[in-house]
Design a protein around this ligand. Structure first.
Ligand code: SF4
Ligand code: SF4
Ligand code: SF4
Length: 205
């Protein structure tokens, strides 16, 4: 019944414990948060902005439900490398290379993206799954240390590829290796501009 309603037609949306309550035409319906929220919203570490000029409403009391938000990623980790490869081959076979994921990503703002380069040509323009996969792998490396796990790439994808699984794994890897979370400390130097002499390999010394 709610599916045919526009958001403006809903009377109210409220949090009630671990449920989302929606009132429409005077009738109230409750949904488990794990069913109606995006995974990254379930896992949100900063539901109240750390800094703001004006806070609308009250500070949020939401607590991140990390296990619920890691479900898809944990399932992928349980697959063998061969099964995981098959999974991503199937997923990226559906990619139409619309670049909505890149357009919506706050960390993708290059005037000329590597996919448009022709010398060298990193990926072919036609959406073969192999090139689609390379596009996302390289994009994930490019946004490492800048990705905030906003989940917008997955939300914007018109064919429903679970892009956040890739982005979040990179986000966690960056956190684990460098104890760095993009956007959480304004005093911290951006990850890829800060390194110690000892970290350099001989090639760069
Ligand atoms: S939004 Fe989805 S379909 Fe479009 S390029 Fe990105 S992964 Fe491919
Ligand atoms: S989750 Fe990361 S990669 Fe995806 S849109 Fe947000 S910042 Fe970009
Ligand atoms: S994928 Fe890489 S090159 Fe392309 S816009 Fe994003 S950060 Fe820039």
């Amino acid at each position: 019944r709610l599916v045919v309603k526009d958001r403006d037609e809903l009377d109210d949306i409220t949090w009630e414990g671990d449920k989302v309550a929606i009132k429409v035409d005077g009738e109230k319906k409750e949904f488990p948060a794990t069913e109606v929220l995006f995974d990254n919203c379930l896992a949100c570490e900063f539901p109240t902005p750390q800094e703001y000029d004006i806070l609308l409403g009250e500070p949020s009391s939401l607590v991140a439900n990390k296990p619920a938000a890691q479900g898809k990623i944990e399932k992928l980790k349980q697959l063998t490398p061969e099964q995981r490869w098959e999974f991503w081959e199937n997923e990226f076979s559906r990619c139409i290379r619309c670049y909505a994921c890149r357009s919506v990503c706050p960390a993708c703002f290059c005037q000329r993206c590597f996919v448009e380069e022709t010398e060298p040509q990193w990926v072919l323009p036609m959406p073969r799954w192999q090139d689609n996969l390379i596009f996302q792998i390289v994009r994930n490396i490019h946004v490492a240390g800048r990705c905030t796990d906003c989940g917008e790439c997955e939300r914007a994808c018109p064919v429903g590829i679970p892009l956040r699984s890739l982005a979040k794994e990179m986000y966690d890897t960056v956190d684990e290796l460098f104890h760095y979370k993009a956007g959480t400390d304004k005093e911290a130097a951006p990850l890829l501009t800060a390194y110690e002499f000892e970290e350099a390999e001989d090639l760069f010394r």
